[in-house]
Write a new protein. Structure first.
Length: 212
């Protein structure tokens, strides 16, 4: 459960691990949030339950309309991190909004997964075979995390393309002399066949990401 000052986010009732998860509550002031936390804690005790201190926090959802300050202005939930972010309006004006994007922890886990694939050691495979092997996972990541602030996925894009460049160097002798040649080759393939990998397809549709 999260008591969030001024935020209109709600969470699911139960986690995938079977733990009871209370919904987020919207409060206008810190005093109101403190009262709400005490009331919820008291009700849970009636059921033989108690709040988990590390998972129960009062968070100030700072944006351009809320000018106050707090020691906690962000939280992670289901792989997303909610925090103040610079946003561009349709009129081109930059303002601060409280919005989600992929969390640093989730991004790090995805980069670690990409490294664990060790693509450079799969020189026995064609790039089409690599696509069939790994793209379903990549597509799932970008569909889930690419809904908000897709630019935050750029570190995963860089990791993917670095691994593809290293694979190309191992696969083709002519690309081993200079890494620049391997980068050019990967870029050419991404433009010719963007459907092979999800992050290439998104770049083709105009997102701020793409091949090296």
């Amino acid at each position: 459960m999260r008591l969030i000052d001024g935020c209109r986010q709600t969470s699911q009732a139960f986690s995938s691990r079977g733990m009871l998860m209370m919904p987020s509550c919207t409060c206008r002031t810190d005093k109101q949030a403190q009262m709400m936390r005490r009331a919820i804690a008291k009700r849970l005790l009636d059921w033989g339950l108690e709040l988990q201190p590390e998972k129960t926090r009062i968070i100030f959802c700072k944006d351009d309309r809320r000018k106050g300050r707090s020691t906690i202005e962000k939280f992670d939930f289901l792989g997303y991190q909610y925090r103040p972010r610079g946003t561009r309006s349709r009129a081109g004006k930059i303002f601060t909004s409280f919005n989600p994007a992929v969390s640093p922890k989730a991004a790090r886990a995805m980069r670690d997964t990409v490294r664990s694939w060790r693509m450079r050691q799969r020189s026995d495979l064609s790039i089409e075979q690599l696509s069939r092997l790994y793209n379903p996972v990549i597509r799932g990541w970008f569909r889930y995390y690419g809904k908000y602030f897709r630019s935050e996925l750029y570190s995963i894009v860089r990791q993917l393309d670095r691994e593809l460049v290293r694979w190309a160097k191992q696969k083709y002798k002519k690309l081993r002399v200079h890494i620049r040649n391997a980068r050019h080759w990967v870029t050419a393939v991404s433009r010719r066949s963007p459907e092979l990998f999800a992050h290439w397809s998104m770049a083709r549709r105009g997102s701020a990401m793409g091949a090296v």
